[in-house]
Design a protein around this ligand. Structure first.
Ligand SMILES: CC(C)(COP(=O)(O)OP(=O)(O)OC[C@H]1O[C@@H](n2cnc3c(N)ncnc32)[C@H](O)[C@@H]1OP(=O)(O)O)[C@@H](O)C(=O)NCCC(=O)NCCS
Length: 166
């Protein structure tokens, strides 16, 4: 597996993969208003907008396996998505670890928002040492420039030990 910064050439593959993974994790767990606002166009617009802070995972042949987007808030993992055919093989773990290493030394902790109903993702984060630090409302952006309030859990991982280990 190769991890590298996303490039313009990745965008046509990135947006559909991200959309399919987002639906897997969020359909039925977020307000209908957000589902309505997140058609294919949303992922095309946001994949382009966040390209500079996106890391992709590919196999040795260049097949896109997953992606992680950092920021814009300090220490935030905005999105993590692994293609359905590549799950359970450590791709998500490698991408999450790359984000933790990137933030270590810059931020006390890494954090992200996960919807309570996304049980698989919550299990995954907890396995990787992240903890539920409480409920919050996340202003989820839409491609129209607005936001939709979404009840989420704030998961975080202290990065102190990681910073010392570097
Ligand atoms: C959540 C997601 C990113 C995980 O990616 P992944 O590549 O499958 O992750 P990994 O292969 O590193 O780990 C997957 C599984 O192995 C578990 N795992 C990994 N290493 C393990 C180990 N050594 N021992 C036991 N369990 C282990 C994880 O907890 C997880 O368990 P599950 O799938 O049985 O629930 C992926 O499922 C996904 O893209 N989901 C849809 C999008 C989504 O929900 N994103 C998160 C939004 S907040």
């Amino acid at each position: 597996m190769i991890l590298r910064p996303a490039g313009t050439a990745d965008l046509p593959r990135l947006a559909p993969m991200w959309r399919a993974a987002w639906l897997d994790g969020h359909a039925g767990h977020v307000p209908a208003e957000l589902m309505d606002a997140r058609g294919p166009g949303h992922f095309t617009v946001h994949a382009t907008r966040y390209a500079g802070s996106t890391t992709v995972a590919t196999d040795d042949g260049g097949r896109l396996l997953g992606m992680i987007i950092l920021g814009p808030a300090e220490g935030e993992v905005v999105q993590l998505a692994v293609d359905g055919s590549a799950r359970g093989q450590g791709v998500g773990g490698a991408l999450l670890r790359s984000a933790e290493e990137r933030f270590a030394g810059e931020h006390e902790e890494a954090w992200l928002a996960v919807v309570p109903g996304n049980a698989r993702a919550r299990r995954f984060y907890e396995f990787h040492g992240w903890r539920d630090t409480g409920a919050m409302t996340y202003a989820a952006p839409t491609s129209g420039g607005g936001t939709v309030p979404v009840p989420v859990l704030r998961y975080a991982k202290p990065l102190g030990a990681l910073a010392v280990a570097r």
